[in-house]
Design a protein around this ligand. Structure first.
Ligand code: FO1
Length: 478
């Protein structure tokens, strides 16, 4: 296929999704969606190589949809800030960046036809909504649609031909082909100027995001690729060494804090892995397991499991055991709204939920405990799954991500796990208890930490309210 022959991108990373021939006259377009960055982006590299070899201009397009899977102000603000930085980087390379608002299956084909686009590149995302968009766009165009997996080190369709039952299955093919795909990224070139430069209506887009209900932007994490690389550098130099020992202790700041950046594609997982491999840290193996093996296992699960966010995505043994215990009495049943407002009888669980609402992030160990308790306290497994996904998507910066869906499916539905000793309500799904948590970390200290966080948050809101009243503006800090 011509797109592979003239490209510096590994041929197994590119696949044409239809059999149309390129129209030489029109511009080439990279429909950016999952990998929202200019640097270290194989989908952009493939589009650049095609543009240079065929002498046609290159334009990058992003389809902005409001109400994306329950996303609210918090996530859109983080994403838009990152996109604005990406726009500046693309402009520095003479590559126009155009934001189309509305449903991609309508706005994109129309725009492609109006601009006589000759070839469409896009990146890879296993989520149902993205597969739907892609399928509808392919149906509406007669130009080549080329997909590049710019998110995974080993392209998802290359790594394994079906859903892997566990990390132990996927680890071998991933590790075997890792070096083949860890190819250094080329520098971003400056393209020939094509005479027009786009200006996206950022003020309006931020205001539309701020008008969404729900959680406000977080203040502890700066969005965008530059901040992502700074966070990676800080993590490597100050936290990576203690990562293995301390990562299950929410009282210590041993996490990478990179998942929101990976989720929005503001940093490349390959870049993270290459940087960690170049460090001499004793914890690099554990971090590679998380950023490479576990993350690519999540894409594998969502890509090959249409019901990745439903009970029918759970393994048969898990569905059976949950059915066997469907009629068990739920002694501590908690309604979804009381879960959202952190009003359960478990102060540890409440603190984890409060951290999620305030920081848009929950510590990895607590996220498992949090989801497993929702299974115990919900009227049935379907409600538990829907509640955990809704709360995670609504408050987490990295919700609406294969990693998030798999984390919840592992906790509630035994995905990538095995059966354990049988208990009421949860059956053979692995059980996690507060006592178990107390053996991992100081629960009271964590709860106190969240109390402090809440007090600081309240104080900042009051101060902002006072200063906001004098300034007369309440919008996000752009
Ligand atoms: N991807 C898009 O192509 N367009 C959007 O408007 C969009 C909004 C959005 C909001 C919150 C969020 O967490 C993700 C969002 N994404 C959007 C998808 C994101 O870029 C990732 O591709 C997937 O969520 C991860 O698979």
């Amino acid at each position: 296929m011509t797109f592979q022959r003239n490209s510096r991108v590994h041929p197994a990373r590119i696949r044409q999704l239809n059999d149309a021939d390129p129209v030489r006259s029109g511009p080439a377009v990279y429909w950016m969606s999952r990998d929202q960055r200019a640097e270290d982006n194989w989908a952009l590299t493939a589009a650049i190589d095609y543009s240079r070899s065929s002498g046609c201009p290159l334009i990058v397009v992003f389809c902005l949809v409001d109400g994306f899977l329950d996303a609210v102000w918090r996530q859109f603000d983080f994403m838009l800030t990152g996109l604005q930085e990406t726009e500046a980087q693309l402009h520095a390379c003479n590559i126009p960046f155009i934001i189309l608002t509305g449903d991609p299956e309508i706005t994109l084909p129309t725009w492609l036809k109006e601009n006589r686009v000759g070839c469409l590149f896009t990146d890879f995302d296993p989520l149902r909504i993205k597969l739907h968009w892609l399928e509808r766009v392919i149906r509406s165009v007669t130009i080549p649609v080329i997909q590049v997996d710019a998110h995974n080190i080993v392209p998802c369709w290359e790594a394994y031909p079906r859903a892997a039952f566990g990390a132990y299955i996927l680890r071998r093919p991933l590790m075997r082909r890792m070096q083949e795909f860890l190819v250094d990224y080329p520098e971003l070139p400056v393209m020939p100027s094509i005479g027009f430069c786009t200006r996206n209506p950022w003020r309006k887009l931020y205001d539309q995001a701020a008008a969404l209900d729900g959680a406000p932007p977080v203040c502890w994490l700066d969005p965008g690729s530059r901040a992502a690389h700074e966070m990676l550098e800080t993590f490597i130099t100050t936290r990576l060494d203690q990562y293995s020992d301390r990562r299950n202790d929410p009282c210590t700041d041993a996490q990478s804090h990179l998942s929101p950046y990976i989720h929005f594609g503001q940093i490349s997982a390959q870049r993270i892995v290459q940087t960690i491999l170049a460090s001499t840290s004793s914890s690099s193996g554990d971090m590679i397991e998380q950023v490479f093996i576990r993350r690519e296992l999540s894409d594998n699960f969502c890509f090959y499991t249409p019901g990745y966010d439903r009970l029918d995505g759970f393994p048969a043994w898990a569905r059976r055991t949950l059915d066997d215990h469907r009629m068990d009495t739920r002694y501590e049943q908690v309604a979804p709204e009381r879960l959202e407002s952190a009003e359960t009888g478990d102060s540890l669980w409440n603190a984890a939920q409060r951290e999620l609402v305030i920081r848009g992030k929950m510590h990895g160990y607590l996220r498992m405990y949090w989801a497993k308790k929702i299974l115990e306290w919900s009227v049935d497994p379907e409600t538990a799954l829907a509640t955990a996904i809704r709360l995670n998507d609504r408050y987490s910066l990295d919700g609406r991500d294969p990693n998030g869906y798999v984390g919840i499916a592992w906790s509630i539905g035994g995905v990538h796990d095995r059966a354990w000793g049988e208990r009421p309500i949860v059956g053979k799904i692995r059980y996690m208890s507060r006592t178990g948590a107390s053996r991992k970390f100081d629960i009271d200290r964590y709860i106190h930490m969240i109390d402090e966080l809440e007090r600081t948050e309240e104080k900042e809101k009051t101060d902002e309210g006072i200063s906001g009243a004098s300034k007369g503006t309440g919008t996000s800090n752009h």
